[in-house]
Design a binder for this molecule. Structure first.
Ligand code: ADP
Length: 475
């Protein structure tokens, strides 16, 4: 099967969150399973772009109405990622350091999608599957089916994978002319609440819809920023597939980003060394349990609860615990978390920003990871934590519900029901109790390390869906 993954992020080329990890791993395992797999992302000005070699395999012009953007398709030369990586270079729109949050994001991602399809129709072979990821690539299933320009590939099967349904990429019908010409009788596919909603478009037009966990599929039927009814109506072509993790990148026995590597046999000593390193860097106390948070500091992740929960847990348990935060996002939350450094010196610290290397050290050196998310389509942090012998403390939602069971039920973590300061602090207190009981503490850490969340198993579920939609004889 020839499979294209089209996405705004792909690790290690460009990463903001879990989308990058998935698009950097799933294709690798699909390739290992014998398929031809190609990943297409925009060519941002990132470290990976600067440090690697590419060859130009195609060029052309994208037209958005009267605007004309020259583009090139660059192929990574060595295929060292385990799949073919292609970058869509549109200098005017993507030669910038960040992935998102520019005023012209609509133009950037519409142009990216058009350039990608322009290139695909010019190739000799026609792909079997185009797997789109999130709203940035949501117009593709529509354009393939209905834009005259892409008639050559109109039968290609498409899937949309939803990593986060809260973001939908809406824009006004005043920009309708950006989309390559189609019969206006199909315009309804673009419309959701009088706007062009790329995520809704993909859900309507793709042959299959997948979400990144089974529970998240249930949740978006009741809470999806206005798309609930739509998700309900496409249940028969939808499936929730729990993400895997890339066990080659996330391997405590070989990880070059941590202070000391360790296995399930040596985790006690290995984790302690990593904890000591973290405590040295952040002036914390290595004899006390270390609770960490890694992630985007937004309400969706329960980021707004962290300042108060940290302050309360540290004052209730002062001298008993350490808390370490790695994250960035809402400036108000960032400021509150940074301010706590002065109040709880020696037991609390925060690194406000993004740091991949530090994230590995934190997974390796922490005792517990906090994930008080309000919404968590899958969540990868808890799976990385398990693999690194760190016990997840999670709110029961989405993928967290699918992967973490409370230790009171013989499970692998600590769970609470509410996204509230009280629930977080209560869970921290339970964790402190567990930490003191070394036998139970180690048993749970070991249990987590032994769980198989690898992509090998999961990637087959995607292939089954692809086969299903290829076999179905529909338009
Ligand atoms: P989401 O995609 O919603 O942000 P996920 O749990 O799916 O959440 O994935 C988050 C990924 O991003 C993980 O690999 C996590 O380690 C990483 N990450 C998030 N914030 C940071 C940060 N500030 N520094 C380093 N890595 C981060």
């Amino acid at each position: 099967m020839e499979i294209f993954h089209i996405s705004a992020e792909c690790y290690p080329m460009a990463k903001v969150g879990g989308l990058a990890d998935v698009v950097g791993a799933l294709p690798k395992y699909q390739k290992k399973a014998g398929h031809e797999v190609r990943v297409v992302v925009p060519c941002y000005d990132t470290k990976f772009k600067k440090e690697n070699e590419f060859e130009c395999v195609h060029w052309g012009d994208v037209k958005l109405g009267n605007f004309n953007f020259p583009f090139s398709v660059l192929k990574e030369k060595t295929d060292k990622l385990g799949f073919e990586l292609y970058l869509i270079e549109i200098k005017e729109l993507f030669d910038r350091p960040n992935v998102y949050s520019y005023q012209d994001d609509v133009e950037r991602f519409v142009a990216f999608q058009i350039a990608t399809l322009d290139w695909i129709i010019g190739r000799e072979t026609i792909p079997d599957i185009i797997n789109c990821h999130d709203h940035h690539t949501g117009l593709i299933p529509f354009m393939i089916k209905y834009s005259y320009k892409y008639a050559k590939i109109e039968k290609v099967r498409t899937a949309i994978t939803i990593h986060n349904g809260l973001y939908q990429g809406q824009f006004g019908f005043d920009k309708l002319y950006y989309i390559p010409e189609f019969d206006l009788k199909h315009i309804g596919f673009l419309d959701w609440s009088n706007a062009i909603n790329p995520l809704a478009v993909a859900v309507k037009c793709a042959h299959a819809v997948t979400t990144v966990s089974p529970s998240y599929l249930d949740e978006i039927n009741v809470f999806a920023n206005g798309l609930e009814m739509l998700f309900n109506s496409v249940r028969d072509k939808s499936k929730g597939i729990l993400n895997g993790i890339d066990i080659e990148v996330w391997n405590p026995a070989k990880d070059k980003m941590i202070a000391e590597t360790f296995s399930i046999k040596t985790f006690e000593k290995g984790k302690q060394k990593n904890k000591e390193k973290l405590c040295e860097i952040f002036e914390l106390d290595p004899t006390k349990p270390l609770f960490s948070f890694i992630g985007r500091l937004f309400d969706e992740k329960g980021g707004d609860l962290l300042p108060q929960a940290s302050a309360l847990a540290l004052s209730e348990n002062f001298q008993e615990i350490n808390i370490l935060i790695l994250g960035s996002g809402n400036p108000i939350i960032e400021e509150q978390l940074a301010a706590l450094k002065n109040d709880y010196k020696g037991n609390y610290n925060a690194f406000i920003g993004y740091n991949e290397e530090l994230s590995h050290l934190i997974y390796a050196g922490s005792d517990f990871i906090l994930m008080p998310s309000r919404v968590e389509p899958c969540g990868l942090n808890q799976m990385y934590s398990l693999r690194y012998g760190t016990i997840p403390i999670v709110r029961r939602t989405g993928g967290l519900k699918d992967t973490i069971i409370d230790f009171g039920d013989n499970g692998n973590g600590i769970c609470h029901n509410q996204a509230s300061v009280g629930d977080i602090v209560y869970s921290i207190n339970r964790a402190v109790g567990l930490y003191k009981n070394k036998e139970s503490f180690n048993k749970i850490r070991k249990l987590g390390m032994g769980i198989d969340h690898s992509w090998e198993r999961v990637c087959q579920e995607y292939i089954e869906i692809y086969n299903l939609i290829i076999q179905k004889n529909e338009g």
